[in-house]
Design a protein around this ligand. Sequence first.
Ligand SMILES: Cc1cc2nc3c(=O)[nH]c(=O)nc-3n(C[C@H](O)[C@H](O)[C@H](O)COP(=O)(O)O)c2cc1C
Length: 220
Amino acid sequence: MIRYERLQMLSLMLLACCLGGIVSANGQTVRSLLSHEEGFVLNSPIKETFEHRASPRQFADTPLSEEVVSSLLWAANGINRPESGRRTAPSALNAQDVDVYLADNQGIWLYEPKEHRLRKIVEGDHRLLVAGSQADFATAPVFLLLVSDISRFRMGEQAQRLEWAALDAGMVAQNVLLFCASEQLACRPRSWMEKDKLRRLLEMSDSQHLLLNIPVAKAP
Ligand SMILES: Cc1cc2nc3c(=O)[nH]c(=O)nc-3n(C[C@H](O)[C@H](O)[C@H](O)COP(=O)(O)O)c2cc1C
């Protein structure tokens, strides 16, 4: 019986691999990401990382590997202390208010740190909306979108919450930029984007603030 269940599990995992790591749960598409053990790429020492940090304007359209996407999202705002659920990026009051979305040629996905996976929120290639008037940037295979939900702050007036939101998004952004610098990836923090259209597309609530986006690509 146990062997049969194992076989079933293995077949399901194999099927998921054949589908490029995409499995459906409750009618929604979720995409498993690789774990540390399965192949994170996090190599470069800190001095070299700082030397490479820069915001280029050219983004190659070569797809990023699953290893890179998995490590990138974990570095951005993944869970680095599973016992407490705390993150790679700090947040005011440990509100963990910043959600990371990923826009690629298939859709816009939400990163779910607990499960370390992506959940598809909308279908289709919306990278041009993220690039906005800087349409040349839309060649990047991946954009990360940083969204703070200020309802997660347990205290503070609106102005204080907005300040924390911007600061927390900055922390996540810097994680991404340093990860990119350490892995010779091209990336650029950007506040410009078609915010209203993206807000409508992602059906964001009033407490959700779309603060920053970051195109990520292989360095030329
Ligand atoms: C909060 C913030 C918002 C930015 N928004 C944009 C943007 O909308 N478009 C853009 O091309 N660059 C944007 N940048 C990138 C800056 O222009 C860039 O970091 C700056 O020119 C310094 O260059 P460096 O990062 O290579 O040192 C932004 C940077 C920050 C920190």
